[in-house]
Design a protein. Structure first.
Lengths: 109, 112
C-alpha cells in the first residue's frame, strides 16, 4: 500500500542536483512531499494534484505523472539546509494518505 | 501559529498495559491521522478520521483503536501493548484532503 521511494539515500555537495522518485501501484488522487530534519516533525513542501502539474518551492520542484502513478522531487543547486529525510505521500480515492519509507539527503559543504 | 499537540513526548509501558496517546489540534481541521514511524519503513498510516465519530482503518490498524469524540481531539489506543509496538507515533491534521498535513512532534513509546 505504501509508495516506493528511490533512492534510499543520497549524498550531495553544495550546489549539486538530485532527483527523488516516488511510485505507486494504485491510482492516485494527489501526491504530497514532506521533509523531516532529525528529531523534528515532518514539514510540508508541496502538494501535486492530478493533471501532471509541476510545482516549486524555492529551488525544490516536483512533477506528477498521473498515468504512470509516479512523482519526482527535484533538488536544484542544493544547499546545506536541504539535508533531511524526504517523504512522498500518496493519496488514493479512499482518502488514505500513505507515505513512502523516505529518502535521506545529506548535503556537504 | 497552527498547532498539533501530542500529550506525551516519551512513554515507557509494560507488555499488556493499555496505552492512550492523545492528540489535540487548534486549527478546526476536519481530518486527523495517526502514523507510526520506524527506521527504514517510513511513516505508516494506522487510522484516520475525517469527521467527529468517524474513523477509517489505515494500512496497519491491527492492535490499535482510535476515538474521536470532539473535532479537535483524536486518541490512539493500544488495548494491550506489545513490544513490537515500540515506535515513534505521529499525529497529524489537515483542513481537507488536498491541503497540507500539520504534524505533532511525536510520542516515542517504549514497551518493555
Amino acid at each position: 500500500q505504501q509508495p516506493v521511494q528511490s533512492p534510499q539515500a543520497v549524498i550531495l555537495r553544495e550546489g549539486e542536483d538530485a532527483v527523488i522518485n516516488c511510485s505507486s501501484s494504485k491510482a492516485l488522487y494527489s501526491v504530497h512531499w514532506y521533509r523531516q530534519k532529525h528529531g523534528e516533525a515532518p514539514v510540508f513542501l508541496m502538494i501535486l494534484l492530478k493533471g501532471g502539474e509541476q510545482k516549486g518551492h524555492d529551488k525544490i520542484s516536483a512533477s506528477f505523472n498521473e498515468k504512470k502513478q509516479q512523482s519526482s522531487l527535484y533538488l536544484t543547486a542544493s544547499q546545506l539546509s536541504y539535508s533531511g529525510t524526504y517523504f512522498c505521500g500518496t493519496e488514493r480515492a479512499d482518502y488514505k494518505l500513505s507515505f513512502g519509507a523516505g529518502t535521506t539527503v545529506t548535503v556537504r559543504a | 501559529d497552527v498547532k498539533v499537540t501530542q500529550s506525551s513526548r516519551y512513554l515507557v509501558k509494560r507488555t499488556g498495559e493499555k496505552v492512550f496517546l492523545e492528540c489535540v489540534q487548534d486549527m478546526d481541521h476536519e481530518n486527523m491521522f495517526w502514523y507510526r514511524q520506524d527506521p527504514g519503513l517510513g511513516l505508516r498510516l494506522i487510522y484516520f478520521s475525517y469527521d467527529v465519530k468517524m474513523k477509517e482503518k489505515g494500512d496497519i490498524p491491527e492492535g490499535y483503536s482510535v476515538s474521536r469524540e470532539k473535532k479537535e481531539r483524536f486518541s490512539l489506543i493500544l488495548e494491550s501493548a506489545s513490544t513490537n509496538q515500540t515506535s515513534m507515533y505521529l499525529c497529524a491534521s489537515s483542513i481537507d484532503r488536498v491541503r497540507e498535513l500539520f504534524f505533532g512532534e511525536g510520542s516515542r513509546l517504549t514497551v518493555l
